[in-house]
Design a protein around this ligand. Sequence first.
Ligand SMILES: Cc1cc2nc3c(=O)[nH]c(=O)nc-3n(C[C@H](O)[C@H](O)[C@H](O)COP(=O)(O)OP(=O)(O)OC[C@H]3O[C@@H](n4cnc5c(N)ncnc54)[C@H](O)[C@@H]3O)c2cc1C
Length: 413
Amino acid sequence: MTGRTPSTKLAIAVCGAGIGGLASALMHARQGHAVTLFEQFEAPQPVGSGFMLQPTGMAVLETLGLADRIAARGAWVDRIFGRSEPSGAVVLDVSYAALDPEYRGLGIQRSALFDALYEAVKREAVTLRPGMIVKGASRGTLTFADYAPTGPFDLIVDALGSESALSDRHPARALPYGALWATLDWPKGGPFSPHALEQRYYRASKMVGVLPVGSATAAAPEKATFFWSLPHGGLDDWRARPLDAWKDEVRALWPDTAILLDGIDSHDALAWATYRHRTLSRPYGDGIVHIGDSYHATSPQLGQGANMALLDAFALAHAVATEGRAEIGASFAQLRQGHVRLFQTMSRLFTPVYQSDSRALPVLRDRITGPISLHWPAPPILAALVTGMLGRPLSRLGLDAYRAGKTNPVARS
Ligand SMILES: Cc1cc2nc3c(=O)[nH]c(=O)nc-3n(C[C@H](O)[C@H](O)[C@H](O)COP(=O)(O)OP(=O)(O)OC[C@H]3O[C@@H](n4cnc5c(N)ncnc54)[C@H](O)[C@@H]3O)c2cc1C
């Protein structure tokens, strides 16, 4: 890091009140900059399924003083487990402890993370501008669908997600497969491990997954996020099919899911997520920096997107704190590029192994790579991949991984 003289007070526009945008707005406000947060929804809200925070994302949340509150709302996950059916072959069994006995993932409802970040943002002197659809940016000024241009800003943070209007010169490519998902009551004492993300596959064309995601508020019941993989082209057919015929298909793949399927009473109980892939080779331009999915969208097979958005926000805040205005973008890129490229490549390689029409890849997975992955030295390498620690992204940022086992007795069970 070059350490040129940082500007004392910048006018910063953060576009998008998702995970990356909220974290970024919070950090810059606490640095004393004048932050305006633009969001398309009239009332900012969490959109999307429950997901996993890793020791990387939790490390960033710890710097914000939010990790313990968020941990209390989630479910500690120490294992990711997948079987191929009908053979029953174990093709994925990653234990966090293979890397470090105190590492855990945290299954969490998106609303729990969103609420913690949004409430913290509201306590800071951030100017909130909801209901504003960003259309473009030029020389520090933002343009909107229904409002006059606003600016100039010293820095624009593009945190608009995978369909960002500000990185549309490199549109994200929709992947062939996406997923249906639902948040359902966690079956207490039921067939699922409360500390594992479990999946079942048929070839790579069918996949069902169950993730414990804790309770969104202290009084709310514990929940599971349920996933069903589906090709884009199959969505209309799925909607046209009787729901019971689809439930029969899911039960045939993983009979234990019957107890969850009972909680799904219409097609509308499931939401559709399109997966997209894009990696910007240069995540910054004149007065603008792209973070989160607008920089690097991908399928959630490796479960890193939200964590990477948090790491991006932290890296950008670091660059703002240490660099002069003209060097912020390049400094941010230097801090994040290696890790982002590594995981985007891994995600591109791994996604078709679990979500594609390929016949050869799942055979290779079930007969060769799956069995090999269960033996040393694969377990710690795979654990480094799922924790997001591969490539040592934290040491570049001066952060330590969040160690759940140290502070939380549940996480030690
Ligand atoms: C089914 C599924 C499962 C996932 N599982 C995981 C997981 O286990 N672990 C993990 O780390 N990640 C996971 N992800 C990925 C993760 O959700 C994303 O990487 C993360 O949300 C990206 O954050 P972001 O802030 O970049 O974008 P987003 O969270 O998408 O936020 C973008 C924000 O910008 C706003 N916006 C968009 N366009 C405009 C506009 N033109 N004007 C104004 N506002 C706008 C949106 O309303 C939104 O508030 C999963 C994703 C999916 C779909």
